[in-house]
Design a protein around this ligand. Sequence first.
Ligand SMILES: C[S@@+](CC[C@H](N)C(=O)[O-])C[C@H]1O[C@@H](n2cnc3c(N)ncnc32)[C@H](O)[C@@H]1O
Length: 237
Amino acid sequence: MENRELPFVREMFDSIAPRYDLLNRLLSLHQDVVWRKKMVSAMVIPENGRVLDVACGTGDVAMEICRQKGPLVKVTGIDFSPGMLGLAQKKIRRQEAPAISLLAGNALALPFGEQTFHAVTIAFGIRNIQNKAGALKAFYQYLKPGGMVLVLELASPKQSCLRDAYMAYFQRVLPLVGRLFSKHSFAYSYLPDSVSRFPAPDVFMKIMAEAGFSRITCHRLTLGIANLFVGGRAAEK
Ligand SMILES: C[S@@+](CC[C@H](N)C(=O)[O-])C[C@H]1O[C@@H](n2cnc3c(N)ncnc32)[C@H](O)[C@@H]1O
């Protein structure tokens, strides 16, 4: 499966990696931490479940899964940016989270067998993948019957009275602060651009359904600044 933006996106995340966590906390006013916690608390897996975290970045989702789901759960994090993975590795070592293994790889060509995982997560990653339908179909294949996919993604709030203020912040202030701290000329302009290109929730839910998922829900977080999409792979009869 191709992803034409791939080298551009990988290089961008590689160069912002050192400041990525700091800027996440600062620019989201710590909401990114709250959203990941919510995503993981919506996950239902067995005590010794296996989870794949796609586009794992610096490892925050993988570590949250270990914190919430206990010592028997095994998490595999995959990302195509060596810079992000290097930071994830350091954090995992510091937190003594041996249940997490990290792999370098592309979300569109994952090296796993079918029906391997009880859950697949992707936080703030799917918006960077052009072929969303292809990625979701692959996630479905890697899930065991009865498993679930959880997709956390930023969104543009629709009917909130805070919409105008938020959009001014997101499209004007955030790129400036991001550029200042990350020293990257366009990564934090790419962020609002890529969010504005992301399909509307009902369209994305339809893409999930076409990939095979059922029981699809969308939870609006923080007045619709982020959405958590959850879908299930039907259990075998
Ligand atoms: C915005 S960061 C999110 C990181 C992490 N999930 C989090 O919660 O902070 C997006 C991540 O997706 C990774 N990524 C984007 N496209 C990818 C692809 N096609 N395959 C693997 N990783 C990808 C980037 O390298 C980056 O680490």
